[in-house]
Design a protein around this ligand. Structure first.
Ligand code: PHE
Length: 452
């Protein structure tokens, strides 16, 4: 190997980097909507249950494989599985991470464009204008591709500086910045007239809305939000030290991720309700509904509206960027370790390849109609294949691998840091990862494909 393997330099840096990887667009554009539509606090209780009983054990399993393997995800699975075919599950993780990087970069690029647009005042206008603005921009052949490349080059810049000086230092600066922006915008939204109505809708528990679909939705969201089965968690864990308490770290990262998702809801619902808008999810929420909401909600103080919009898109760009860094690292580590080249060269391969994938995904949204497979634009195809097929498949196989194949002794040693920590919860962990997680993931999979 051409470079000595680095590890995270501090506990805070390690937690912030991992949480930064997990906190992304999913927290802002999907969680609030799901919670608001599915019973508010009732949904949150279920979501928290999914995170603690299923998300944490799955994350912990990836931590164990990553730290024990101390290499890229493919090799880590191979190390832990003694070179058996289980290494292909690791390869699936790398492939998933690689493919997501391309299309996630497109949406992250849109966030940057919206920072620019709110700064220059381009987003000011009525609802029809904002809708047209997004449609024209996202279908433009050049601008979104330009921003995709800008955000991938920024990611590249962080990655080539290495684990400590790049990823860790970057996360230690960006995560606090993200939290400060979040708190300021939450306060501004909650103070809006009628903002409390939005809070009530978002937070008041309504158990009548809870059915099995809500459970499965919460489950799927918790896996996506925690970046499980995409190689990110396993790759970052390969940079953990032997002193890291894996269980505690998994709980901390999951709680930070959940807290940020709840705070995003405290921005979206109060501001939308204050102008009587109906919040939705996905790109249309962030790029159409919200610019409009900010314009109207702060119409009596346009400067504050301008500032809130600007801060919001800066926040979104930061969240996307830290996730993109974690995604990029999955493939960078794979290429430089497997091809025995320098880290820098590995990063160049990933950046060039994902710029090409990103450009094709972006162009498939309107500029070049031919970029379709089975009637789906490339962008949607990547989203579908990675999110709905690879993610559940990788998660399921990882649980089976860890629960049934990996020696219990190895798991126990990693769980207790070689008997220096309490192993009290080990039995519960093993039970969850053996029986509960695989069944739950299978159920999400079938639910997403609309079989159940
Ligand atoms: N967890 C991220 C989110 O909540 C999404 C993501 C998926 C990030 C895959 C990295 C890798 O948006």
């Amino acid at each position: 190997m051409s470079e000595k393997r680095n590890i995270f330099g501090s506990k805070v840096g390690m937690i912030l980097a991992t949480a930064g990887g997990a906190v992304g667009l999913g927290n802002v554009w999907r969680f609030p909507y799901m919670a608001g539509e599915n019973g508010g606090a009732a949904f949150m209780v279920i979501y928290l249950g999914c995170v603690l009983l299923l998300g944490v054990p799955c994350m912990l399993s990836e931590f164990i494989i990553g730290r024990h393997g101390a290499s890229n995800t493919f090799r880590a699975y191979s190390e832990v599985g003694n070179g058996s075919a289980w290494k292909y599950v690791g390869f699936l993780g790398v492939l998933t991470g690689f493919l997501i990087t391309g299309y996630y970069a497109v949406v992250s690029g849109w966030c940057l464009q919206y920072v620019y647009a709110s700064l220059s005042g381009e987003l000011q206008g009525d609802a029809t204008y904002v809708t047209r603005y997004f449609q024209e921009f996202s279908q433009n052949p050049i601008r979104p591709v330009f921003w995709t490349i800008v955000i991938l080059l920024t990611t590249h810049f962080v990655i080539v500086h290495g684990v400590r000086k790049g990823i860790e230092r970057f996360s230690k600066a960006m995560m606090p910045a993200l939290s400060v922006l979040l708190i300021i915008i939450v306060i501004a939204s909650c103070l809006l007239p009628n903002g409390w109505k939005g809070m009530e809708f978002f937070l008041l528990p309504d158990f009548s809305k809870v059915d099995s679909g809500v459970f499965l939705g919460a489950l799927g969201q918790s896996f996506y939000s925690l970046s499980i089965a995409m190689g990110c968690i396993c790759t970052y864990a390969s940079y953990f030290s032997r002193q890291t308490n894996l269980l505690k770290s998994a709980v901390q990262v999951s709680l930070i991720d959940t807290l940020i998702a709840i705070m995003a809801g405290l921005i979206i619902f109060p501001s939308a309700f204050s102008v009587g808008a109906n919040p939705d999810s996905g790109p249309s929420l962030v790029f159409i509904t919200l610019p409009n909401v900010f314009n109207q909600a702060f119409s009596s103080a346009p400067f504050i509206g301008w500032l809130v919009a600007l801060m919001f898109y800066a926040l979104l760009s930061l969240a996307a960027l830290t996730s993109l860094v974690s995604l990029h690292e999955v493939s960078t580590a794979f290429f430089y370790e497997e091809l025995h080249i320098s880290r820098k060269r590995g990063a160049v391969i990933v950046t060039v390849a994902t710029c090409i994938i990103g450009a094709f995904c972006s162009l498939s949204l309107g500029a070049v109609k031919e970029l379709e497979v089975a009637g789906l634009p490339l962008f949607d195809l990547f989203d579908f294949v990675t999110g709905q097929i690879f993610l559940p498949l990788g998660g399921f196989l990882t649980c089976v691998f860890v629960g049934w194949y990996v020696p219990k002794k190895l798991l126990h040693e990693e769980f207790t840091n070689w008997n220096t920590l309490s192993g009290r919860c080990f039995g519960a962990y093993l039970f969850l990862v053996r029986y509960v997680c695989p069944v739950a993931i299978l159920a999400i999979f079938l639910h997403q494909l609309e079989v159940i």
